[in-house]
Design a protein around this ligand. Structure first.
Ligand SMILES: [Zn+2]
Ligand SMILES: [Zn+2]
Length: 380
């Protein structure tokens, strides 16, 4: 919207809103104001309290008043995404790309690239996302404060490359970003990279989401480590899984066939199942987990195959639903490790299957176009 205001020749957002309002009938002012407040930081399409129908109506009105094409405007707006990432994390959807909601920075904290502001007169939407830390066009770090101490943000700056407090030029204050930062940021912006996995844009955000949950749960900015981690992929994950199993068997007083998958590998499958897709064709994390397990259990006959897994984990490995798992059990295609009291699979979280049985079931009876053994041999 800042861009639309700028395109209409305004240098200040609230003047732009006032002028739009003057074209709207008096009775509609309040309604319009709740959609487009003068302070852009309080305008929030994603969280808007308005019903979706009202939001669409307002957006249409906005397009009419400003001479924008409605469908183009809709296309660049952030919308609530229909899918969730692992651990039921909500998503945002924009122009075919799904991004975890946790990546979104509050508008009054969005850092800027003064060089982009100077050249284009508007900010980029990708600055709104936490893990994009360097402008990949100018190879400089995004700026979040001025040397006078003022906090910079996309909303405060409107379209200007000079500080909103002291008036100094911000272009003189930019610093060169590290190669790693530039590489990760440009990869997130959809550019090809030799060091990082070549996957669809949504899955790039998915890998970052997974990395933050599974590898570095306490770090806000994964930066350098993220790049070196994926340079060593998938061996780095395989080593970790082997170490997890060795440690669990060492500490365990019970035999391998009484140990559970969850007890050994924690939430590995739950964290890896939606990045945001779950088909092995797209989800390289899940693909390499299945590859590891299938090599260890089927080819090497490792005792890992004796681990007990529950219906949810089995459904993730077979890329299906827990209802389908129950039906495979009822049809006698998938056996349980213990005899169940009746033919009903009662609790989804009870570890009633053997990992080896689930993997064999997948290999012999349950491969599909998007989830099959062929994918296990491709890198990315
Ligand atoms: Zn820039
Ligand atoms: Zn300043």
């Amino acid at each position: 919207m800042l861009r639309v205001a700028r395109g209409n020749g305004y240098s200040n957002f609230s003047t732009f809103v006032d002028s739009l309002k003057s074209d709207v009938p008096e009775s509609e002012h309040e309604r319009f104001g709740s959609f487009l407040p003068k302070d852009i930081t309080t305008a929030n399409l994603y969280h808007a309290q308005l019903s979706s129908r009202r939001r669409v109506e307002m957006l249409r009105q906005f397009a009419d008043l400003t001479g924008c094409v409605f469908s183009e405007l809709i296309d660049i707006c952030l919308a609530r995404g229909a899918v969730t990432f692992s651990k039921k994390r909500a998503s945002l959807y924009r122009q075919g790309i799904t991004i975890p909601l946790s990546e979104l920075i509050p508008l009054n904290e969005v850092p800027v690239c003064p060089l982009c502001l100077k050249e284009n007169g508007y900010g980029r939407q990708i600055w709104h996302f936490r893990s994009y830390t360097a402008c990949h066009y100018h190879r400089t770090s995004l700026l979040s404060s001025c040397h006078c101490g003022a906090t910079l943000s996309m909303s405060e700056q409107d379209f200007s490359e000079t500080c909103h407090v002291c008036g100094d030029s911000l272009s003189d204050q930019v610093t060169k970003a590290s190669e790693t930062e530039i590489m990760v940021s440009s990869w997130l912006a959809g550019e090809p990279s030799e060091q990082l996995p070549q996957v669809a844009d949504s899955h790039r955000w998915g890998l970052l989401h997974w990395y933050k949950l599974y590898v570095l749960p306490d770090s806000d900015k994964p930066g350098t480590q993220f790049l070196s981690y994926f340079k060593a992929w998938p061996e780095v994950l395989f080593e970790k899984l082997k170490a997890d199993y060795a440690k669990a068997s060492e500490l365990s007083v019970i035999t391998p066939n009484e140990m559970t998958f969850k007890g050994v590998f924690g939430e590995l499958l739950m964290l890896s199942c939606r990045l945001p897709g779950s088909a092995l064709a797209d989800n390289i994390v899940l693909r390499d987990i299945v590859r590891f397990l299938s090599d260890e259990v089927i080819e090497n006959g490792s005792p890992i195959g004796e681990l007990a897994i529950n219906s949810i984990e089995a459904a993730i490995l077979l890329n299906t639903t827990t209802e389908q798992i129950a039906s495979l059990y009822e049809q006698g295609i998938l056996q349980t490790r213990i005899r169940l009291k009746n033919s009903e699979i009662t609790t989804l979280t009870s570890p009633i299957f053997r990992l080896a049985d689930v993997l064999c079931c997948w290999l012999t009876s349950y491969q599909s176009d998007t989830s099959n053994r062929r994918y296990l041999v491709s890198r990315w």
